[in-house]
Design a protein around this ligand. Sequence first.
Ligand code: GDP
Ligand code: MG
Length: 195
Amino acid sequence: MSYKVVFLGEGRVGKTSLIYRFTKNIFNEKQPQTVGANSFLHKIKLCGSVSTLDIWDTAGQERHVALGPIYYRDAQGAILVYDICDIDSFIKVKKWVRELHEMVGKSIVIVICGNKIDRERERVVDLGEAEAYAASVGATHFTTSAKSGRNVQEVFATLTREMRIRSSPMSHKSGEEQGLRVGDRKVEEDSSCSC
Ligand code: GDP
Ligand code: MG
């Protein structure tokens, strides 16, 4: 089964870095600004079954406006990222949630990431408030670090599990069963399967 996942969030919060950590297990301290939209195919294995994620990355708010409906079209999951050291980036998350609900509908699975927790001492966004907000819109909240890798696998595993559940209880076929091949990309093993 294949799922489209869109990343949303202000510029510089760490969207591209989270994707690189997940798909390539790398981190670039001087990650160049993303230009235009990029799409990454990556397989994830959960509960013995493979899903292919089609992960869309945007250059941030200003460019996202120009990306418009094509960016959102047919998305089943969204990862909304803010920087725990930047209050404005958290406030903007609320805007992205409203926009997602308008553009895609309320069935989309949303995970909210408070990123850069390796800089916990510089935190300005209240964790309890962020978790309460996420719960109020039916989203799951994680604190992440693309730099250390903390919780990055968990974000994608949780999102994938929820997308599987919401798409159809009959759609748990593995990627191989459906003849999917995505180059020689690594298949991620999930060690904490709770399906
Ligand atoms: P994007 O514009 O949202 O795609 O953000 P980028 O992934 O380009 O990251 C913006 C900057 O933040 C870059 O300098 C990254 O190296 C840095 N960055 C991203 N994630 C983290 C993180 O978890 N911790 C720290 N300390 N820096 C990060
Ligand atoms: Mg980027």
